[in-house]
Design a protein. Structure first.
Length: 473
């Protein structure tokens, strides 16, 4: 684990599994600000975080001491010491969070750095109040309780792994079991162990909550045929025993959802995935409901969250259904500021503390939201038409020839931008797949102007730890 702390102190923390969570909670309880680091990031990126947040200490377990020493620089202002935690080991830790530790203050508690895809990464400062509001909102909406047991397979330097899968379950009194880094060969046996009937399987407490990105679900699905027979035989029961399976951080293709259903043999209960929407600055803001899930939608505003759509060109609030606009969010879940960057903070708030997410969406007559992509990245403008890269990706993924896809914009002097598709072929198309074949199939699914005019076949598409593609042409 690596982490940072800050008030008069900021602490960087390098850890994994429960040590990461315990280290994070310890920093919050001490009155510091925690800044989790990703151990897989290049040293240059981690040094940037150290220099920008100016921590008083860098904390690491022995496993990551070498990496910590690599990025530790005594020349960084206020970085006073490299502290080493005890060796990691498997154990159970009971944690109790008292309300007065979380809800009483707007003091900084956590800084998570943005990805920095278009500018330098910014430190998103969440307070005790906003973290509590985020967790409480999820506890209410997803009906978390002391009877829940969550299997945690996510990194601990994103809001998904910190708030959704750690703080919320703990604050509800439930159990969190860490199994990171993710591997199908370890996750399937653990899921099945909760419903074990075979003598070849060890019986353990059943898993009731599972949160993951679409890539993880896809890897679980595709790996199942290679699992031992006793795992395959119990996979359906394991999925159906889940009270809730949640997908987020990237759009969920309906093909993955359908394959998950097929394994479970049902489209209800744990086999019915719930998709939600959020980001570092706001935590979770929208979610499908336990009793109502809409295909390709991220749902309705969560408890305590205000949401609206605003016309990108005019700034006028949109009140009619099915009109595209930028999502804006307001409420106690929203972050306090970008660290030491008042100009960037002021730029992202309008009209009485509405935060501009930069995400484009439509809303139906019931108030359910459908994401079309990032305003700056995922909306392709071609010949005067606005095209959602995420919509095109979803449709391409429905084709049997395609295993993975990333849709991107290519500058064009005549059209402004052209739609390009980067694909990893499925086994049945390994013999080849042409642009003409792809366009013929896609014209049956979406309007002609949305169909990619450029096709690139690759062996793999790089993705970050949250399942988002990092494809550039």
């Amino acid at each position: 684990m690596n982490m940072l702390v800050r008030t008069s102190r900021v602490v960087d923390v390098f850890c994994r599994r429960y040590m990461g969570a315990v280290g994070l909670l310890a920093v919050l309880a001490s009155g510091g600000i925690a800044v989790p680091l990703c151990t897989a990031h290049p040293a240059k990126e981690m040094r940037y975080v150290l220099g920008d947040s100016m921590p008083s200490a860098l904390i690491a377990t022995p496993k990551f001491r070498t990496r910590a020493e690599e990025i530790f620089d005594a020349k960084i202002p206020h970085l006073l010491q490299l502290q080493e935690l005890a060796p990691e080991r498997e154990q159970e830790v009971k944690v109790e969070l008292h309300d007065n530790n979380w809800k009483e203050t707007k003091r900084g508690a956590l800084i998570i750095y943005t990805s920095g895809t278009t500018n330098l990464p910014k430190g998103v400062v969440s307070t005790h109040t906003s973290l509590s509001a985020q967790a409480s909102s999820l506890i209410t909406a997803w009906e978390m309780s002391p009877s829940d047991h969550l299997l945690h397979v996510l990194p601990l330097h994103h809001v998904h792994g910190i708030v959704n899968a750690t703080l919320a379950p703990i604050m509800s009194g439930g159990a969190v079991e860490y199994l990171f880094p993710f591997s199908p060969s370890t996750v399937w046996p653990r899921l099945v162990a909760g419903v074990a009937k075979s003598d070849d399987l060890t019986k353990r407490d059943p898993i009731t909550l599972f949160m993951a990105v679409p890539t993880i679900y896809n890897r679980l699905i595709s790996s199942l045929p290679s699992q031992p027979p006793e795992i395959q035989d119990s996979a359906a029961a394991a999925i159906k025993s889940l009270r809730l399976a949640i997908s987020g951080s990237a759009p969920l293709p309906s093909s993955i959802r359908d394959d998950w259903w097929d394994i479970a043999g049902t489209s209800s209960g744990g086999g019915s995935m719930l998709e939600r929407y959020g980001m570092t600055e706001i935590g979770m803001a929208l979610s499908n409901r336990l009793d109502k899930r809409v295909d390709n939608a991220v749902g309705w505003p969560l408890p305590g969250v205000e949401a609206r759509l605003v016309d990108i060109e005019t700034g006028v609030v949109i009140t009619q259904p099915n009109i595209s606009g930028e999502i804006q969010i307001r409420g106690p879940t929203v972050f306090r500021e970008y660290w030491d960057n008042p100009e960037a903070t002021a730029k992202e708030f309008v009209d009485g503390n509405w935060f501009k997410t930069g995400d484009v969406a439509t809303m139906d007559a019931s108030g359910c939201y459908f994401i079309h992509g990032r305003r700056s990245v995922d909306i392709i403008k071609s010949a005067g038409e606005k095209i959602s890269a995420l919509e095109v990706e979803r449709e391409i993924l429905e084709l049997p020839q395609v295993k993975e896809v990333a849709v991107v914009a290519i500058p064009d002097p005549d059209w402004g931008q052209r739609v390009a598709a980067v694909v990893v072929l499925a086994e049945q198309a390994k013999g080849g797949w042409s642009l003409e074949q792809m366009r013929t199939e896609m014209k049956k699914r979406i309007a002609g102007y949305k169909v990619p005019t450029i096709l690139m076949v690759v062996k793999d598409i790089e993705r970050n730890q949250m399942g988002k593609s990092e494809c550039n042409l």
